[in-house]
Design a binder for this molecule. Sequence first.
Ligand code: AMP
Length: 361
Amino acid sequence: MSRLSLILSRERAFGSYRPKAFDVSVPRRATVTPPLKGAGRSCQTGRSVRMELTDVGEGSRGVASLRDIWNKRKDDMRIIEHASEMQQQADKWRREGKRIAFVPTMGYLHAGHLTLMQAARQYGDVVIMSIFVNPAQFGPNEDFARYPRDIERDVRLASEVGVEAAFIPRVEEIYPSGFQTYVDVTDVTTPLCGRSRPGHFRGVTTVVAKLFNLVKPHTAVFGQKDYQQLVTIKRMVTDLNMDTEIVGHPIVRETDGLAMSSRNSYLDASQRRTALRLSRSLEAAQHLVEEGEQRSDIILERVRETLEAGDGLRVDYAELCHPETLEKAPKVNGPTLLALAAYVGSTRLIDNRLLLPKTLS
Ligand code: AMP
């Protein structure tokens, strides 16, 4: 089965994917406490859980105290903060013949992330997730500093879906002083988000390459929500002969169609309603295509009309492209990616859908 038919069969199988119910209704809480210098070391035998507790309170990770989180945990999910410890543990699992499935995230978990972690279970004996808000993928005027963070809640949610370990490194652990090596995937990062976020994908591929070297996953699961990211990582893995299978998972949506995103937390009630125009415009496009329309300009006109039906939304891009090369598609006469990015207030949201012409849908 080709990659594309795999995507198609999954899209078909999942349709408009809805997750099972998750307990994500926990109130948001800031967990910022002062640094814990020299707090010592905690060891737990049994499942060999161990964590360094020195100097864990820096702001770069947005947490405050891994020790607090550690103390409150009732399960045995392992929290790893050091690169060397992550590698040693990955080597140990591999020596034991265990397959490692990995879900990298920037945290502030929602049901989309948790669904990826559950899906990862079918690919691994151990499921590892990472939380790392990667400064290298944010532009100077983007939301790195205010990106939502709640590691305590994330750790609890991940452990509730059975994740074995959370890798939560500090920025200095991933980018120590003297760091100067980057991974750059060229063509597929040029259009769409690559145009409006210069340097973004270089940051993504660099951190994912590093995370793969630390977590040593047999399989890594990424969401199709960040479709261009998924294509870019598949390209990197192929081009650099990385020994990790990349699996794309369908977009998880709220019941009204809004694609789940950590950034949805920036939206007030009125912006939340406005944001629904993204998923509605994707549906409008699919309807047009099912009626037999193939001309990209006509389809994109309908998309823009739907997006711009009212105030409060500024389109960054709306494009039809080939689902693997991401080159512009002049016609929708085969599976075609409709990719959107729009600002609702100052919040930049993305969404996408694979449009299937009548014969394929
Ligand atoms: P992030 O924390 O936003 O970097 O996302 C971490 C992973 O979760 C990425 O592979 C995303 O594509 C994926 N993801 C985020 N939101 C969704 C969603 N609504 N549905 C499916 N996957 C998602």
